[in-house]
Design a protein around this ligand. Structure first.
Ligand SMILES: [Zn+2]
Length: 312
């Protein structure tokens, strides 16, 4: 019995935050250039997102957040003083780092690691950008972006099968949250990876698997996290990944039997085969959800995907 494992990136959320709009464009005055700078939007790695979920841990994540800006002033982009601020739980906003002007109309920052205190099961952490008024820089106003919310779950508080699944992935995906979702089996899948929420597993089906198969499903989903992460966790990265993955992950046959090890599923694709082979490299007694055969190169690259965040 082979259950498919699906990859559910919420494609409805891929509205990309591209460049911004210069509202004013008035010429600089003779006395020097002054601006009003507004932080208009927010994006998490190119996706418009309000809330994401991560497992807490010192290793941190590759989360990158950004905010568009627009300004009134000269036609040249202002050099604002923009910082990232954080608010933990019901605490106060604190500035934690400088933001990077990553393009002409965009500021971004990588989120630092955050570890939930041992006694706490989940903590909400909010982030926002602050653009400071600065006479020296000619910026006349202070402004804030919309807030980003990250829910950090403490995996030490996971229990039951949720904990079992987390323990399978912890060596490879420690910051990926795990949730049980009994709606997944209805879609013919055993597990699901969503960039925003992490891994969902249907315990009504996977719970009955052998430990090796359970680990196989969990690692397959964990591999999806690495795929997405290595390509920058962005909508454009996703497209690049789809182009790149077939350079290694192919639909080939086992030379020993001259046939695929498992029947290839109709929706077989290189990205899924990559996740299958990554999983198989660590747990060869698992199963390939999409079928086919993992050749030695695919297994080696699959392992690199899990252990070194290789780009495949
Ligand atoms: Zn998958």
């Amino acid at each position: 019995m082979h259950r498919r494992r699906s990859l559910a990136i919420a494609l409805s959320t891929v509205a990309l935050v591209a460049g911004s709009v210069v509202v004013g464009g008035a010429p600089a005055d003779a006395a020097g250039t002054t601006y009003q700078l507004y932080l208009t939007g927010r994006a998490i790695d190119g996706y418009r997102q309000g809330t994401i979920v991560r497992a807490s841990g010192a290793r941190g994540d590759t989360l990158k957040v950004g905010s568009k800006y627009r300004y009134r002033g000269s036609s040249a982009a202002p050099k604002g003083k923009v910082t990232l601020q954080r608010k933990v739980g019901s605490g106060t906003w604190k500035t934690i780092k400088k933001a990077k002007q990553s393009s002409r109309y965009f500021y971004s920052a990588k989120l630092p690691a955050y570890t939930v205190p041992a006694s706490v099961a989940v903590r909400t952490v909010k982030y926002r950008f602050r653009s400071a008024r600065s006479v020296a820089r000619g910026v006349l106003n202070t402004d804030y972006s919309a807030t980003f919310t990250v829910k950090y779950e403490n995996p030490a508080h996971y229990t039951g099968f949720q904990r079992t699944v987390y323990d399978y992935i912890a060596p490879y995906c420690p910051t990926v949250a795990v949730h049980l979702d009994r709606g997944i089996a209805a879609d013919g899948a055993a597990g699901e990876f969503q960039w925003q929420r992490g891994i969902s597993i249907d315990d009504t089906t996977v719970g009955a698997y052998s430990p090796a198969w359970q680990q196989g499903v969990a690692l397959h989903e964990c591999a999806h996290y690495h795929q997405f992460s290595a390509f920058g966790m962005s909508a454009t990265g996703w497209k690049a990944m789809e182009k790149h993955s077939p350079s290694v992950f192919v639909n080939d046959v086992d030379p020993a039997t001259n046939a695929p090890d498992f029947p290839v599923a109709p929706d077989w694709e290189p990205l899924e085969h990559a996740a299958d082979c990554a999983s198989h490299a660590v747990q060869p007694a698992g199963y390939l959800g999409y079928g086919g055969y993992c050749n030695p190169t695919e297994l080696a690259v699959g392992l690199a995907l899990l252990t070194r965040n290789a780009k495949y």
